[in-house]
Design a protein around this ligand. Structure first.
Ligand code: GLN
Length: 309
């Protein structure tokens, strides 16, 4: 994880960190998971990883935070790699236009969630990965450790317990989809896997590196292939259209990159073929996306001209 080639974008990241430090109004940390509510909304970190594994950053870019829904990208990739297109018979790939924890579409769409990045869709993906591996969260953790080169990555048991204690909404989603035959595993088993998945603590450096396969068109850090070139493109497309929930249109408009946010305040973003980014600041807007995180990525693509458009 040392910087081996010139950190070309470091001055840009430094400028962004300086601008963000002068910006008031950072939103509020998620409070429906009590263990996250204590985070300082003024924390900020941003990292950039090159496809060769070079990584650098600014602010608290090595500080672990709760990855939460950012992990949904990795479980999607791990499941797609195993089962391929059959997955899409169980979860859609359309933006939902609804909040991340919404139940409303499930009834009139036969228990098939709109996309893999809202909670309902992520529960389906984790369920399918669990059926195939017997330990979805463990599979995910091993993948993140390998790709980040950080064997110290782990679940945060306090966060997982906090989510379990306040997990009525996710339990309702899982039970409801079970009634349509779209969940294989027992709900308590699935929820345990899902909450551990969300609880993984990782830094901007870890998550920027772990996303590298999406910039390398499906190739993992060790040179092996996880996804076909086409599948990597598909995951990036779903991130662009669905990765920031009911704000995905605004995120595409402002940032112009595939991205995935989590209620821990992290956001990963991909410049296909060029680099990956991870930004963290725990203050959220009303849709559950990091206020300073979106602002920082907006500035990054504006200052560098990098975008998929
Ligand atoms: N663990 C959170 C939940 O299921 C993840 C939500 C998120 O990051 N948007 O509610």
């Amino acid at each position: 994880m040392t910087t081996t080639s010139p950190a070309a974008f470091l001055p840009v990241l430094e400028q962004i960190a300086e601008e963000i430090s002068r910006t008031p109004g950072r939103g509020r940390p998620a409070d429906y998971i009590p263990a996250l509510a204590a985070c300082d909304p003024r924390s900020f970190g941003m990292a950039l990883a090159e496809p060769d594994g070079t990584v650098y950053g600014v602010g608290e870019w090595r500080q672990p935070f709760s990855a939460q829904s950012v992990t949904k990208v990795f479980t999607l990739a791990l499941d797609l790699a195993r089962e391929g297109d059959e997955l899409w018979e169980h979860v859609g790939r359309e933006p939902s236009g609804n909040p991340f924890n919404s139940l409303v579409q499930l009834e009139y769409e036969n228990g098939i969630p709109r996309n893999p990045f809202i909670n309902a869709g992520a529960l389906v993906v984790t369920d399918r990965l669990q059926t195939r591996t017997g330990d979805a969260a463990g599979e995910l953790l091993a993948f993140l450790r390998a790709e980040s080169g950080n064997p110290g990555l782990d679940f945060d048991r306090e966060v997982a317990a906090s989510e379990t204690a306040h997990g009525a909404r996710n339990a309702a989603l899982a039970h409801f989809m079970t009634s349509y035959g779209n969940i294989d595993n027992d709900v308590p088993v699935l929820l345990d896997q899902y909450f551990r998945q969300c609880s993984i603590a990782a830094s901007c450096a870890d998550l920027a590196l772990a996303s590298g396969f999406l910039a390398r068109h499906g190739i993992r850090a060790d040179g092996s292939r996880l996804l076909s070139r086409s599948q990597a493109k598909q995951v990036n497309a779903v991130m662009l259209t669905c990765g920031t929930y009911d704000a995905a249109g605004d995120f595409a408009y402002r940032v112009g990159l595939p991205g995935k946010s989590g209620v821990g305040g992290g956001i990963i973003a991909v410049v296909p073929g060029r680099c990956t980014l991870c930004v963290w600041s725990p203050g959220l807007d009303e849709r559950g996306n990091s206020v300073a995180g979106v602002a920082a990525l907006d500035r990054f693509t504006t200052l560098t001209g990098l975008s998929v458009f």
